[in-house]
Design a protein around this ligand. Structure first.
Ligand code: ATP
Length: 234
């Protein structure tokens, strides 16, 4: 159905080995929305992202994508469904050049030419550095490369984990301008961030995670009000 959320988690439990990290997470990302996933260190934001991208199995509960029950799906299959994630630390290959990184991301789905066109049109700085090793790019340039790798494959859903990590405030602003543009193009976006102030202005909805649970969901304004209490109550 057209109004099915693009992502829907119901009562999701997930564990790292013997240690359960998610204790029944409910989370809804409406199609076309930007949702901020907030919470302190260790709240389970990254684990939630991994469940959605099929990198971690659900031990109980369900995952639906566009209304379809896909609990137990693999990362390859979620990618095929248009779910694309930029992990914390960006997931680029330091010992490969910019072009080689784009080539790996292109895989069999897209041509390298198409990937490069999208990337360099959006980030001319990457074009100038196409033969530079990714590991020697600045933090901001690495994030541009990570975003380019995702964008070239035309994702329906983008999962962005701590996009702002290690970046200068101006670069963070630049990155979030790109995110705004993508949202305007209709890409659904889930943004995990520890620092609410950075992402709340961009978000249509916000979800607050504490200790492996989504404790609150609401408008950015509502969640902003909740935040101090949640953090202080830790
Ligand atoms: P951060 O902002 O620090 O990344 P987070 O909200 O993303 O925090 P997660 O990384 O999802 O939190 O971690 C949730 C819980 O799972 C934490 O208690 C963490 O210690 C644990 N955990 C995460 N990854 C692993 C792992 N690979 N092995 C064991 N435990 C893990």
């Amino acid at each position: 159905r057209p109004d099915d959320p693009i992502i829907e988690l119901r009562g999701v439990h997930a564990a790292h080995g013997d240690i359960e990290a998610l204790h029944g997470v409910d989370l809804v990302v409406p199609a076309g929305a930007v949702v901020a996933l907030l919470g302190p260190n260790g709240a389970g934001k990254t684990t939630t992202m991994k469940v959605i991208s099929g990198l971690m199995p659900v031990t109980s509960g369900s995952l639906r994508l566009s209304g379809r029950d896909v609990t137990g799906i693999t990362a390859t299959e979620t990618a095929r469904l248009g779910v694309c994630s930029i992990p914390e630390g960006r997931g680029i290959f330091a010992n490969l050049t910019v072009r080689e990184n784009l080539w790996v991301a292109a895989g069999e789905r897209v041509s390298l030419d198409a990937m490069e066109q999208v990337a360099y049109a959006r980030f001319p700085r990457l074009g100038e550095r196409r033969d530079q090793l990714a590991g020697s790019l600045s933090g901001g340039e690495q994030q541009m490369l990570a975003l380019s790798r995702a964008l070239g494959t035309n994702p329906a859903v983008l999962l962005l984990d701590e996009l702002s990590m290690g970046l200068a405030p101006m670069v963070v602003t630049e990155m979030y301008e790109v995110v705004k543009g993508l949202a305007a193009e209709g890409v659904s976006i889930l943004l995990a961030e520890q620092f609410a102030r950075i992402v709340l202005p961009l978000a249509d909805l916000a979800v607050l995670m504490v200790s492996g649970r989504a404790v609150r969901a609401g408008s950015p304004t509502e969640i902003e009000e909740e935040l101090s209490t949640a953090y202080l109550g830790g």
